[in-house]
Design a protein around this ligand. Structure first.
Ligand code: UN1
Length: 478
């Protein structure tokens, strides 16, 4: 049995207890056992990161480049194997699994370069003869709490900038996907990073999360996950005056206008709503469609959904893998019922599917005849469920798109430059997509949202420096 262990101060450990890592495509397949850290182990990880902090903060840009570049190289070389492990434990299909691993490798390569490209300012003071320089310094120990839906890319896009800017790390990955985090930790352990600069602790968030968010030696917490957990983390960080960065939910709109290219609109909506089994905070869960194209759009979507192959994530013929676990599947099915109860019509799917192997399979659901006030259009489902809202024109589409407590990614399909430009300006979202799915983002540009979706500085690209550094202003009189 493979053991996915904790990594603390440069040593591997079994944890206080273990939990099984189950394949959602075949629940008989136990991939391994995952270490659950005790609170004392989580504390030891923070202490190790704290002890290593001065050494890593003093590392040269070349040392940081070398470490991150080595990590990126090994991830890229092993992308098929790591992608398979990721798909086996999370349930996204093989192409998505290896694609995600590739993204993780590219992120490490990008931040390897950023370690060399760090900048500062040198200015004249307002006082004669005095100069001022403004430089970025590491924050110190950062705690990274990551979700199950991107088991390697999200840890990568937090760890890589943390290390590139000279911080040390304690990673707490989601319990459902310990294998990918363990593989990443092994790669990091061989990279030349000093012992203690990177630590991995597995287990329940409710158990060890509070250790990380309250420990005085943790200076910053970056979290991706649910809104209630995010709020709790923000409260704890406020109490202890830590920097905090939160990426939470979405209820992302995809607007389809009468003048849209229907092929593009259907492809972008299918991808955005249902790929990765809809388990992305960037998923297009509200399809807002103007009346002139509505019926043709729904007919084409339904036709396309009928052809999608739902099955074992490790079967190359599969297009939609299983839902991650029983609890999430129950929630997805529940929301289909809620939508039906509110007057929505299930145009396709929405039921549990039985396959040869016992797993959490669900037919992707398209719900039509919905209105903006319904719960199905206000609450995040986090599964393969999308609803269609019929609107009169662009103005109504924009208003409905923005009538939401979230603001992560907003899409529009149109051939009109006028509407596309207006939407880019007025969409209340951190990311806007024109004729592209709301999900599936680049790795070298900022990622994040507005309103209830995100809190704190942006992730990714060079904007990541904002969170992972602190600014020092130095005055010199020679
Ligand atoms: C993507 O759409 O490519 O948890 C990334 C999530 C996001 C990542 C989405 N933080 O779904």
């Amino acid at each position: 049995m493979t053991e996915f262990r904790n990594f603390i101060a440069g040593s591997w450990s079994e944890g206080a207890s273990q939990s099984p890592n189950i394949n959602p495509s075949d629940t008989r397949d136990v991939i391994g056992t995952a270490a659950r850290a005790s609170r004392a182990e989580a504390e030891a990880a923070v202490e190790a990161a704290h002890a290593a902090a001065p050494l890593w903060a003093a590392s040269t840009p070349q040392q940081r480049f070398d470490v991150l570049d080595r990590i990126g190289t090994e991830i890229l070389e092993r992308r098929e194997e790591l992608g398979r492990l990721l798909s086996r434990e999370e349930g996204k299909i093989l192409a998505e699994g290896s694609g995600e691993v590739m993204r993780a490798g590219q992120i490490f390569k990008f931040f390897a370069g950023e370690a060399l490209r760090q900048t500062g300012d040198v200015l004249a003071s307002v006082r004669p003869g005095v100069t001022v320089d403004v430089r970025r310094e590491p924050v110190g120990v950062v705690a990274l709490i990551t979700p199950w839906n991107f088991p390697i890319a999200i840890p990568a896009w937090k760890i890589a900038p943390a290390l590139a800017y000279g911080n040390t790390v304690v990673l707490k990955p989601a319990e459902l996907v310990p294998g990918s985090a363990h593989a990443l930790a092994e790669i990091i352990s061989r990279s030349g990073l000093p012992a203690g600069a990177f630590n991995l602790v597995g287990g329940k968030g409710s158990d060890i999360g509070p250790v990380l968010t309250s420990h005085p030696k943790v200076k910053a917490v970056s979290f991706t996950g649910s809104v209630p957990t995010g709020r709790g983390i923000a409260r704890a960080c406020a109490e202890n005056l830590k920097k905090v960065q939160l990426e939470m939910g979405g209820k992302n709109p995809m607007v389809v206008l009468d003048d849209a290219d229907l092929d593009i609109a259907v492809a972008a909506s299918l991808n955005g709503a249902f790929f990765s089994t809809g388990q992305r905070c960037t998923a297009s869960s509200r399809l807002i469609v103007t009346e002139g194209i509505h019926d043709r759009f729904v007919a084409r979507m339904t036709e396309a959904l009928k052809k999608l192959v739902v099955g074992d994530a490790l079967d190359p013929a599969t297009q939609i893998g299983p839902v991650v676990d029983e609890r999430q599947l129950a929630q997805d099915l529940d929301y289909v019922d809620i939508a039906r109860g509110e007057g929505g019509k299930v145009a396709f799917g929405g039921e549990r599917l039985n396959r040869e192997k016992p797993g959490f399979y669900m037919a992707p659901a398209l719900i039509t005849e919905t209105t903006p006030g319904m719960r199905i259009n206000r609450e995040e489902v986090f599964g393969p469920v999308a609803s269609v809202i019929r609107v009169k024109d662009y103005d109504e589409a924009l208003a409905v798109a923005n009538d939401c407590e979230f603001g992560l990614s907003s899409g529009i399909c149109t051939t009109s430059l006028k509407y596309a430009s207006d939407f880019k300006a007025k969409a209340q979202a951190g990311m806007v997509m024109v004729n592209l799915p709301t999900a599936g983002v680049d790795y070298h540009v900022p990622f994040g949202g507005t309103k209830g979706s995100s809190f704190g500085p942006r992730e990714q690209g060079r904007y990541a420096a904002e969170f992972y550094t602190t600014v020092k202003t130095a005055y010199t009189q020679p």
